[in-house]
Design a protein around this ligand. Sequence first.
Ligand code: CU
Length: 465
Amino acid sequence: MSSRRDFFKWAGVAGAVSAAAVSRHVLAAIPEPHSHVSAATMPPLPSESVPYQPVVTLNGWTLPWRMKDGVKEFHLVAEPVVRELAPGMKARLWGYNGQSPGPTIEVVEGDQVRIFVTNKLPEHTSVHWHGQRIPNGMDGVTGLTQKGIEPGQTFVYEFVARRAGTFMYHPHADEMTQMAMGMMGMMGMWITHPRQPHPLISEVQRDFCFLMNSYDIEPGSFRPNIMTMTDFNLWTWNSRVFPGIDSLNVRLYDKVRIRIGNLTMTNHPIHLHGHEFQVTGTDGGAIPLSARWSEVTTDIAVGQMRQIEFVADEEGDWAFHCHKSHHTMNAMGHKLPTMIGVEQADLAKKINRLIPDYMSMGQHGMADMAEMEMPMPDNTLPMMTGQGPFGGVGMGGMFSVLKVRRDQAPGDYSNPGWYKHPPGTLATEYKGEVAAPLHSTDDLSEQAAAIELQVRKPGGGHSGH
Ligand SMILES: [Cu+2]
């Protein structure tokens, strides 16, 4: 009686099973995978085209989508990529759609979202949608909530973007694979914009986002060491290091939001010069107004996102960086002993007989190293570098500049060049007489002899934390 109906029902099930871990949506055409090779910051989506203020991903881009029967469809491709970390250094990483990190996914609260994930890596992967409220089976934890996506397979994730906020995506395969993928650059951001004006989500004129990641790449090599657990030597924002990180260019009096995710294995105290900001949200959502206070540095722990907001009401070029000093240095700066006060002239002469290129370093502090021209292996960045209008900036790693300009046009994200300081507002050399300091009778050499202090970092150099 019901056999005909049952036949079709079972035929349907058999079809789905033979398509292996694939829902019925895969049987329809998959959206074209968009790919992006440049490491330049892509301007935001045209604001007329979307019902929200789009984000700008620092040295990144937003993934295009298509609408199909009311569903927003994306296609992520997990694959090996080559990423320029800064001019002069490229790294072989893993990422999505031609880049590491992967493209930012932007949706609106309440959107039905379908994400196709194709695996072009040599091992299985999955995608976990960090921080979102979704059906358990869409959570992307290999072994726990799904099978791994094997090389060559495409999986499909589908859920409603229920909560407005800033989220991340990254693989969640077995622990070693997961770690390896994180250290190879597999990660991206996800922004869910509020559907209606939200009491705790301000309207802003500029909305930036980026992920913090870290790599252990030996000077002269291209591929991260994935066995590293703590001792990384390249500290990056969206897989870029200063001076390769684009500046954040804004118009005077713009309200600015910056969303920062941390997928490194340590915390980062992020510091902004010239302005106070408030932390207005975490991956858990918007922070109530009564629980906000002003800061100039906020610590971002492992696996956290922090969203900061401020009015850019001070013109200038304001440093914006991680406050851990070894996170604003590149690989060459690690594992060096403290050399301040060590007489190196004789030593250098002796070493020069063995190694002609050797230069003594750090005798008068480390500033001279910022401009050192010691030959380096190919594909290696100087430890601290970057030229500003007044000379070497002496930074690497997690460092950028907030550029606030009166004449920056609304919606213009281009770099306005260096700030021109109005007369009388620039620190300069004092040319007058310098009086002797009071209480100058203490004999410093006597004190020095008495103290005999040896300053040495534990382990003779950089430690992971
Ligand atoms: Cu840091």
